[in-house]
Design a protein around this ligand. Structure first.
Ligand code: IMP
Length: 194
């Protein structure tokens, strides 16, 4: 079965393709299709936004779609950036801008800065819906370290480790991450549809 992954994020696409590599499901991202559609994420939850992405892309291609909405929730910031993770420092901001804003906002709080990544992964084929959620718990540090990954990876240390996700290697991130967890469960739910 071929499934479109409703993302233009090359980092996410690489992770999810690797998760499905051992299955009969082939993942094709919007990035691969050269489609740079701007999907307005007007939902207030990760789940809502994930289904908005999946349904929007299904309506264009009429083939099965998976999507994820994900982000970082920081306890001392009352769960921010949350669903606003992608554009926390403003429209057209870079990952680094977001990281620097988070570091700046946390200056007034004592360490540790507890945080978690969440990935809400969904499937939609015009008829069936499936969903799964994954979390990765850890804490935020006050400088950016490492070059792997994307987004908030350089400032996030998972519980039980001493390195940021950007200092850990790709294959390893893809065994412990929120997205690895959500899509591994979603994959099992899709294999029965295949
Ligand atoms: P989305 O594409 O709307 O799901 O936006 C997710 C945003 O959350 C990304 O742009 C990143 O800023 C952040 N994010 C989600 N997953 C990760 C991850 O695995 N590592 C680092 N940042 C992430």
């Amino acid at each position: 079965m071929k499934i479109i992954f409703a993302t233009q994020n090359a980092g996410k696409a690489k992770e999810v393709k690797a998760i499905f590599a051992d299955s009969s499901i082939e993942i094709i991202s919007l990035y691969d299709l050269g489609n740079n559609i701007d999907i307005e994420e007007h939902g207030t939850t990760f789940r809502e936004n994930a289904f908005i992405k999946a349904r929007t892309v299904y309506d264009i291609y009429k083939v099965p779609v998976v999507a994820d909405d994900s982000g970082l929730e920081i306890s001392q910031l009352d769960g921010r950036p949350g669903v606003y993770s992608a554009r926390y420092a403003g429209e057209n901001c870079t990952y680094e801008d977001n990281n620097l804003r988070v570091i700046d906002e946390l200056k007034e709080f004592p360490e540790p800065h507890r945080a978690k990544f969440i990935s809400y992964a969904v499937y939609y084929d015009g008829k069936n819906e499936r969903e799964a959620v994954g979390e990765l718990h850890g804490y935020i540090i006050k400088e950016q370290r490492g070059t792997n990954g994307f987004g908030y990876d350089p400032i996030f240390i998972p519980d039980g480790y001493e390195k940021t996700i950007s200092e850990l290697d790709f294959d390893f991130k893809n065994t412990i991450s929120h997205r690895a967890r959500s899509f591994t469960v979603l994959k099992e739910k899709l294999i029965v549809l295949d």
